[in-house]
Design a protein around this ligand. Structure first.
Ligand SMILES: [Zn+2]
Length: 234
């Protein structure tokens, strides 16, 4: 402070200098040096995962589409422990007979059939899916899934997944939130954007990660491998 006071500068300039110093301090403190340091994030940063369109299936529907003798196989693990991208792809078809090929099935197999699409996909397919939590399918939109062996029409399967953050209960304590809370996050950069209504989901098996769909990520002009800033509860 002494140095500043001896300088012959205006109070505006002094304020700028101090603001810059504070910003630099927080940048150094918060932004991990390399993106490989994902695991070394610090509050209030949350690693971003961008969810492209994907499918969850029951064992029964998988067998119908691929045949009884086809084993459900992993291609590569996802960031969340136990979750993986499978080797299997389907074509999804909407009521106007418009289709999107090569939509990946994620594992493990679940107790329900669900197709998560972006609003852009939904408009292209000609469906009107609700924004919903994974597994909440009461108002979900219909699609036909086409596999190598057969096709299945699912009356209620398509949703636009809501924005959500996976975290452990310990992390929830650090962020001052609990399961079911909604919060705000910000993404910086040229198209910096504030996202609201982001659902907190806690489970001690999960690693801290926010999931946004491709429409949200595109709106903020981000690809994968970046961080969002937590901006508090709604
Ligand atoms: Zn998720």
């Amino acid at each position: 402070m002494k140095n500043f006071l001896n300088l012959n500068v205006s109070s505006e300039k002094l304020t700028d200098l101090i603001e810059n110093e504070i910003q630099n301090y927080f940048k150094q403190k918060l932004i991990p040096e390399k993106i490989n340091d994902r695991e070394k994030f610090q509050f209030p940063l949350i690693p971003l995962g961008i969810s492209n369109r994907h499918i969850h299936l029951t064992e029964k529907t998988f067998s119908q589409l691929f045949g009884e003798n086809t084993k459900f196989e992993e291609m590569r693990p996802l960031y969340q422990p136990g979750e993986f991208a499978s080797k299997h792809l389907l074509t999804i078809v909407g009521p106007k007979l418009r289709s999107i090929p090569n939509v990946r099935i994620l594992g493990p197999l679940r107790k329900y059939d669900q197709v998560e699409v972006s609003l852009t996909d939904a408009i292209f397919l000609g469906i009107d899916p609700p924004v919903a939590n994974s597994g909440t399918l009461e108002n979900a939109a219909p699609l036909t899934l086409v596999g190598p062996l057969s096709s299945v029409y699912l009356e209620r399967c398509a949703i636009v997944a809501n924005r959500h953050i996976h975290m452990s209960n310990k992390e929830a304590e650090i962020f001052g939130v609990k399961n079911g809370d909604y919060c705000k996050v910000r993404i910086g950069g040229e198209k910096s954007t504030m996202f609201e209504n982001v659902l907190i989901r806690t489970n001690d098996n999960w690693k801290l990660q926010i999931h946004l769909d491709t429409d949200d990520a595109n709106a903020a002009n981000v690809r994968a491998e970046t961080f969002v800033e937590f901006f508090g509860k709604m």
